[in-house]
Design a binder for this molecule. Structure first.
Ligand code: SF4
Length: 248
């Protein structure tokens, strides 16, 4: 992808952010050709509460599945599609063939931007990524132990520091980092620098929305992080910002 295409992607994300849409505010629609996740069993996963509420089959929630019918979908140009929101596309048991089928659909829509967000970004390196993929990872923190809690007790996915390194190793111009739900981190400067080193063109920051009482940072520390990110990254999205639960 050329510089012009990168500038076009940044402009598209900025326009969408101003329009104040939900989820990530630049997203126009979601698309779930692969559902389920056996990657993280994260303590804060909103899908668990959602599944309980609607009495969804819990086994299916954690079992990655390709829904082939959804590969027939068509997408409008100049929109942003958030891909595989109901799981993680790079779950351990998702087959490479499934991912290739999803990427083939993405290639057929070169004027649409597809956000692919994962907690296992090392797997991006296995594929010839379509140029219109916004390759993203979640990094809730840059610490292995957060306020006395080992990160492995929060999620079994590869740890965030590894994810940031893997995204930095990816040779692709369109990258994204989600700092959500934010957990306490080293320092605003250090964490912002690690995120910038990935080459991300956009970052989103937000607190947990589901009262999980996570080991999160105080609000002033998060505000300082956002200020540092704004010095380094073209698009910075503020999501749910509030005082930490222990500040109330
Ligand atoms: S990796 Fe994502 S989808 Fe999987 S359990 Fe964690 S939050 Fe849920």
């Amino acid at each position: 992808m050329s510089d012009v295409d990168v500038r076009r992607a940044i402009a598209l994300l900025r326009r969408r952010v101003r329009s104040g849409r939900l989820m990530f505010p630049f997203v126009d629609e979601t698309w779930n050709p692969i559902v389920g996740c056996d990657l993280g069993f994260c303590v804060y996963c909103w899908r668990r509460a959602w599944a309980r509420r609607i009495k969804y089959n819990m086994e299916l929630l954690w079992k990655p599945t390709l829904i082939r019918d959804r590969l027939k979908k068509r997408f409008k140009p100049s929109t942003v599609v958030f891909t595989c929101t109901m799981g993680d596309i790079f779950s351990w048991s998702v087959l490479d063939e499934w991912v290739e089928e999803v990427f083939e659909v993405i290639r057929r829509h070169p004027d649409t931007l597809f956000l692919v967000l994962t907690k296992n970004p090392a797997r991006f390196l296995r594929y010839d990524l379509p140029p219109n993929v916004l390759a993203g990872t979640t990094a809730e923190t840059d610490l292995d132990e957060v306020r006395g809690i080992p990160y492995s007790e929060i999620s079994r996915a590869p740890p965030p520091r590894e994810r940031l390194r893997a995204l930095a190793d990816l040779d692709h111009p369109l990258k994204f980092v989600s700092v959500e739900p934010i957990l306490d981190f080293s320092s605003p400067e250090e964490f912002a620098e690690k995120i910038a080193e990935t080459g991300a063109i956009a970052v989103a920051v937000g607190y947990d929305n589901h009262r999980n009482r996570l080991p999160e940072p105080p609000l002033d520390k998060t505000v300082a992080l956002i200020a540092e990110l704004e010095k380094r990254i073209p698009v910075v999205v503020r999501k749910s910002l509030r005082r930490a639960w222990f500040e109330e």
